[in-house]
Design a protein around this ligand. Structure first.
Ligand code: ZN
Ligand code: MN
Length: 145
């Protein structure tokens, strides 16, 4: 059962995938739906464990490929942090994160006022700024227990 909003979102996703030469498959839709419903920016393995419940034949390799297709078409963004597993974000707009140093989970940070101040920072002469990021590092509620 799908609501009108879900159907519209799926149609947008179908067009985005199509524009990058990919198709909207049942598995891709399941991966996208899972990402839409969580707020902690899961790893490919998290996504795999979650979608496997409804699609028992899906493999981790397929989940990776589906996530990459979603990133390629611009529907999802990928957050990479050195050697740690990449995390996937349903948001593709410019926004900030909080990241737990214990479990590695990432959440969205609402910081519109701070971003205005960040824009005022002047780097060394000759350096042209293209983008900036703000990330708050710490320990989440679960990890602080
Ligand atoms: Zn944590
Ligand atoms: Mn995010």
């Amino acid at each position: 059962m799908s609501t009108k909003k879900q159907l519209q979102r799926q149609e947008t996703l179908r067009q985005q995938l199509h524009a990058s030469g990919a198709q909207l498959t049942t598995q891709r839709a399941a991966v996208y739906d899972y990402l839409s419903g969580v707020d902690h920016h899961p790893t490919a393995e998290d996504v795999f464990l979650a979608v496997k419940a409804n699609l028992p034949r899906i493999s981790l390799a397929t989940v990776y490929k589906n996530l990459e297709a979603l990133v390629q078409c611009g529907a999802v963004s990928k957050l990479a942090y050195g050697d740690a597993a990449a995390r996937y974000d349903i948001r593709t707009d410019h926004h900030y994160h909080t990241r737990c140093l214990g479990c590695g989970k990432i959440w969205d940070l609402d910081a519109t006022q701070e971003s205005e101040q960040l824009r005022q920072i002047k780097p060394q002469k000759g350096f042209e700024v293209r983008d900036y990021r703000l990330e708050l590092l710490g320990y989440c509620k679960e990890c602080r227990r």
